[in-house]
Design a protein around this ligand. Structure first.
Ligand code: PMP
Length: 391
């Protein structure tokens, strides 16, 4: 069909530059090894930090919920799609996060979008870290609030933005807790201090910290001992929790407001029973099997140090998200392709997800990886990099 030549031109350009990417379908369940093109390879690209996507307790909870309550819910939450199990999950999340209340959205993406777009008006200002996730950026774009972007984790620049923002009804500082492409942790204690000094609210997106940082994986706020001092905590249920969804944990007032005004919550069908039951089970697993988080961190340290010893540039990573920075977009994709050929699935990430010239192969080890698998991956990183003159 004719009509999309204007898009095809751009795609053709990407093909010439070597940045056009095909989706990579898995032919197995998620795990430390996955099957791609009929071959078993080491998985270093998932967000399945704790291996919960295939945890026996989550599988069982999902199957039993589907058997008992069916495959779907048939409605949005605010009409006929709230089941008791949705509320049970939210009570559990609020307890887990030490907040008054919590509300589950369809994804982490729609949580950020829904919260930001519904609570801010033209009388407010939002102050955002330059490297915040796309869902925060899109949420901000949907508001009429004034917007200021401060240099990545630069507290002087944040203070400048706060000083310039006197006179607004609400000043909201928003930051990722762990930055998804670099794996560094936001300086939350300093952000909270500045927020208290300038009477601002703080919102943290803990997508990559949920199940990873803090006691039993409660996130960055708990990690820094800041319980009760951060106004809005967003988390996902789709990364370490292993299933799907996002949530906001905050005061009863904010949650009640979002139930009435959070557009993705109001206008999109609620999670199927299997998803909800598996998420609830996952929180119990976090509480009852803390050794999973310890193993994750031991593996992350081993792999990061291994990469650094080989001479790779892992940037400023402090968490299991470890980038191997290559720079050039096409070379980065060649590197990723070669790794896959040798038996490691580690995706290249390039512009627009990261800045131009900052292309990287992003790795995430999980609690499921064995030392042998990680050592084998390191050996293959070295081999592929030497062949491509990256090392
Ligand atoms: N925030 C951050 C920082 C993320 O990395 C992601 C996932 N890419 C999201 C939000 C969105 O989460 P979800 O995949 O649950 O929509």
């Amino acid at each position: 069909m004719k009509g999309f030549e204007f898009l095809q031109t751009e795609l053709d350009e990407m093909k010439t530059q070597g940045t056009f990417r095909k989706l990579v379908p898995l032919q197995s369940e998620q795990g430390s090894k996955v099957t791609i093109n009929g071959k078993e390879v080491i998985q270093l690209s998932s967000n399945n930090y704790l291996g919960l996507t295939s945890h026996p307790r989550l599988r069982k909870a999902a199957v039993e919920a589907a058997e008992r309550y069916g495959a779907g819910t048939g409605s949005v939450r605010t009409i006929a799609g709230t089941f008791s199990m949705h509320e049970e999950l939210e009570i559990k999340l609020a307890e887990f996060k030490h907040t008054e209340a919590a509300l589950v959205f369809q994804s982490g993406f729609t949580t950020n979008q829904g919260v930001l777009s519904s609570i801010l008006t033209g009388e407010d200002v939002v102050i955002s870290d330059a490297l915040n996730h796309a869902s925060i950026i899109d949420g901000i774009r949907l508001t009429k609030a004034a917007r200021k972007v401060y240099k990545h984790v630069d507290m002087e620049d944040l203070e400048r933005a706060l000083k310039e923002s006197a006179g607004y009804r609400v000043r909201l500082i928003v930051t990722d807790g762990v930055f998804s492409m670099d794996g560094n942790i936001a300086p939350l204690p300093e952000i909270v201090e500045l927020a208290e000094k300038y009477d601002a609210l703080v919102m943290v997106d803990d997508a990559h910290a949920s199940g990873v940082l803090g006691k039993n994986g409660r996130g960055t706020v708990n990690h820094f001992g800041l319980d009760g001092r951060v106004h809005i905590q967003v988390g996902t249920l789709s990364k370490a929790i292993g299933v799907l969804g996002g949530y906001v944990a905050s005061t009863r007032t904010l949650i009640d407001y979002l139930i009435h005004k959070g557009r993705p919550f109001l206008f999109s069908t609620s999670h199927p029973p299997a998803v909800t039951a598996a998420c609830t089970e996952a929180i119990d697993v976090l509480l009852e099997e803390p050794e999973l988080i310890e193993t994750l961190w031991e593996n992350a340290r081993f792999f990061k140090e291994g990469l650094q010893k080989l001479g790779f540039d892992t940037g400023v990573s402090e968490t299991p998200v470890t980038p191997v920075i290559v720079g050039d977009e096409a070379k980065c994709h060649q590197f990723s392709d070669k790794l896959l050929e040798y038996g490691v699935f580690a995706q290249g990430i390039a512009f627009p997800t990261v800045a131009k010239g900052q292309a990287r192969v992003r790795t995430i080890v999980t609690a499921q990886h064995s030392r042998e698998e990680l050592q084998e991956a390191l050996d293959l990183f070295e081999k592929a990099a030497k062949e491509l003159d990256i090392l």
